[in-house]
Design a protein around this ligand. Structure first.
Ligand code: ADP
Ligand code: MG
Length: 497
């Protein structure tokens, strides 16, 4: 006889009814809807995440008894948790979580204790919670959205205290973002700047400002949970949670946060599932007046691979750009950094540096550090002459010519291939990938025309080179492992030269 889910669940309810009080039965079991029965797995829909947690904490053994009776020892139960009911504008969002059916019939530690929020907290806030699981279990949460007290005490914001407002120089280039950030730090979640999205090129101070806001909020409100994560960390944690059937805990952990700072959201592009989860977390946090701060390396609306519905949420708050600092701001930055290091520098040197290093602040900092190092190495005061030689040396190294031979050798070595294999006709995936990367670097680092680059890669035409570069850029945008490879190779190109 083919069993259907309604009939099976009806029988389960008969068994459960015998075991629980009437009021509890009405509250916790009547609202459940059976959804499907497949491969001996019964899926039941529960109306909220809280329901799921409650059932797992209080009724896991009764559920097991019912499932065993209906589907046998091998039978399993899965929850379909309605996290967001949806409305005319967006689809409902549900999560499917397998019930971790206990082996025995007598509880030693409740399933929810083993599986509770502390798990995910210890993943994210590793060192803070490790070794305290027993304690955490005892103080088991009353609602899934409360973190155990021990977790609160040891909550690691992942903020670097070095980044503050005090050492963030204000200029026209960052005024809007900075003042919005300052307002947020006074009243997180309450201003109109929620979310705050700050965008701008590399090295212009997005991370510094985002962290400064976080540090300031922590100083102003000791009891607020502030969390800084990069979108890469968020993605990795989410994937791990998926793998361990732990998405619910992952989500709950994030729902506890009062201020969520998520850096470099452009890396969420193309990661559909992660975005979906982030979208849900975003909505829930925003609804309950928590502050969200994001940074991106480009203006959100031109971020390809990010869902429209997520982008449209950004418009609820403020999107502020951070631009390349003008000359006056660069002067102020050099002055501040030098005096911070306790180094006295003549004005003409400050002006010289501010005039000549105009791309980004990270580079400017690099130059200042080299200059200080050179001065102490040569036991000289910092003067214009030393500044000039330092700059010249830095530019000379970066502009030294990189040849195609060099690029091919570095890439071949990296992938443990010979250069002959690299430029051969073979379409073996590994070799083809390495070849694309080498073509991309050749296009980036040499002035050679595309046709000539193609020639040097076994007589390929220029469109192959264009295609290769496009592919590399795409993969670099969407794949963290690939990006790591490209970053490592980039470093090798520069160091090895
Ligand atoms: P981004 O995240 O935009 O790539 P960062 O925030 O990492 O840039 O900034 C790069 C470096 O420049 C950091 O060391 C930071 O402290 C410094 N920096 C950036 N903007 C400022 C500023 N306005 N004042 C002082 N230092 C700054
Ligand atoms: Mg950054």
């Amino acid at each position: 006889m083919i069993k259907n889910c309604q009939a099976v669940w009806k029988n389960c309810l008969e068994i459960i009814k015998e075991e629980v009080q009437e009021q509890s039965f009405k509250t916790w079991f009547e609202p459940i809807k059976p959804v499907k029965l497949e491969d001996n797995i019964l899926t039941i829909e529960v109306p909220t995440p809280f329901f799921y947690e409650w059932l797992e904490e209080h009724y896991v053994y009764i559920l097991k008894k019912a499932i065993d009776a209906e589907l046998g020892e091998e039978g399993k139960l899965e929850y379909s948790i309605v996290v967001d009911k949806g409305d005319a504008d967006h689809q409902p969002f549900t999560l499917n979580v397998r019930n971790s059916k206990p082996a025995g019939s007598k509880p030693l530690v409740s399933n929810a204790q083993q599986n509770g929020n502390s798990d995910i907290a210890s993943h994210i806030n590793g060192q803070a919670i490790n070794g305290q699981s027993a304690q955490v279990s005892k103080k088991r949460v009353k609602s899934p959205f409360d973190l155990p007290e021990t977790a609160l005490e040891h909550f690691d914001s992942q903020l670097n205290p070095v980044y503050t407002f005090d050492n963030y120089i204000e200029g026209d280039c960052n005024r809007l973002a900075r003042s919005a950030g300052y307002a947020i730090a006074k009243k997180p979640g309450i201003t109109a700047f929620n979310p705050l999205v700050m965008y701008g090129g590399v090295g212009l101070g997005k991370t510094h400002l985002a962290q400064a806001i976080g540090n300031e909020i922590k100083a102003n409100f000791q009891d607020k949970l502030v969390l800084y994560v990069t979108s890469d960390q968020f993605t990795t944690q989410f994937i791990e949670a998926l793998r361990n059937n732990n998405v619910q805990n992952f989500t709950n952990f994030y729902l506890n946060v009062d201020v969520l700072i998520i850096d470099d959201i452009q890396f969420l592009a193309g990661k559909d599932k992660t975005q979906e989860n982030f979208f849900h977390i975003f909505n829930r946090l925003h609804q309950s007046g928590r502050q969200i701060i994001m940074t991106s390396d480009r203006v959100p609306k031109s971020m390809q691979g990010l869902h429209e519905r997520l982008l449209s949420r950004f418009k609820w708050g403020l999107t502020a750009d951070i631009q390349v600092p003008d000359y006056e701001t660069r002067v102020a930055i050099v002055q501040a950094k030098m005096s911070n290091e306790g180094v006295e520098v003549p004005n003409e040197v400050i002006e010289y540096l501010a005039r000549n290093v105009d791309s980004n602040i990270r580079e400017l900092e690099g130059v200042l550090i080299s200059l200080i190092a050179n001065a102490s190495f040569m036991r000289k005061d910092i003067d214009l002459e030393l500044a000039k030689t330092t700059l010249l040396n830095i530019f000379r190294t970066t502009e030294k010519e990189i040849t195609i031979e060099f690029i091919q050798q570095v890439v071949a070595d990296y992938f443990k291939l010979s250069v002959d294999e690299l430029v051969s006709k073979t379409r073996k995936k590994d070799i083809a990938t390495a070849r694309q990367i080498a073509m991309y670097f050749s296009q980036q680092y040499t002035d050679m025309p595309l046709k000539m680059i193609g020639d040097r890669f076994g007589g390929r035409d220029h469109s192959t080179v264009v295609h290769a570069s496009k592919k590399v850029i795409e993969k670099n945008d969407n794949d963290a492992i690939y990006r790591k490879i490209i970053n490592e190779l980039t470093e090798m190109m520069q160091v090895g030269n």
